[in-house]
Design a protein around this ligand. Structure first.
Ligand code: PNS
Length: 164
């Protein structure tokens, strides 16, 4: 049987331990997992695309079948280009479901042969999101244990040392 390539798309601003947990789970299911950072983000990101890619690469370095890339435009076009059979997305709580269902069904309408596979992160990360990590950290709270250590370090540099 052919190798199954899957894409885990997202903004990853920044990567959290919830994302990492999902990447580890996905890497055990798919032959190749491409973590793909959306470059034309409508939101105003804290980290540049290059920084987000670097943090993802650092955090996933020890997982051989995981690679990190960027994409712009339609996700289904990028998936076609990579010969991917599946999209990987995480569902933390019921509140994620509606948004994820809409995206999965729209992507299926655009490319019926591409399946979206949902995985649940470990229970300990079900409340963790990049948005909350940014907010808590910027307001002086601790995000220890919620993001990889190198991400915590980068948050320090970005927020408190004003590094561009
Ligand atoms: O981490 P996010 O911000 O929830 O990820 C959203 C993402 C990047 C998966 C989504 O916005 C996306 O796929 N954008 C690419 C444009 C596209 O294909 N839009 C139609 C998808 S329904």
């Amino acid at each position: 049987m052919d190798e199954i390539v899957a894409i885990y798309p997202g903004s990853f601003d920044p990567i959290t331990n919830g994302h990492l947990d999902l990447i580890e789970r996905g890497s055990l299911i798919f032959n190749q997992l491409i973590v793909a950072v959306l470059t034309n983000l409508e939101k105003n990101p804290l980290f540049s695309v290059a920084e987000r890619v670097e943090m993802l690469r650092e955090a996933t370095r020890s997982i051989p079948n995981v690679s990190v890339d960027t994409f712009s435009g339609l996700l289904v076009d990028y998936a076609r280009q990579k010969h991917a059979r599946a999209l990987l997305r995480g569902i933390r709580a019921f509140t994620d479901y509606e948004y994820e269902l809409q995206m999965a069904l729209m992507n299926r309408k655009l490319e019926p042969e591409l399946e979206t596979v949902f995985l649940m992160p470990a229970l300990a990360y079900t409340y963790v999101s990049s948005r909350l990590v940014r907010e808590v950290f910027q307001l002086g709270g601790s995000v220890n244990g919620l993001v990889p250590p190198q991400v915590e370090e980068r948050l320090h540099q970005k927020v408190f040392q004003g590094k561009p």
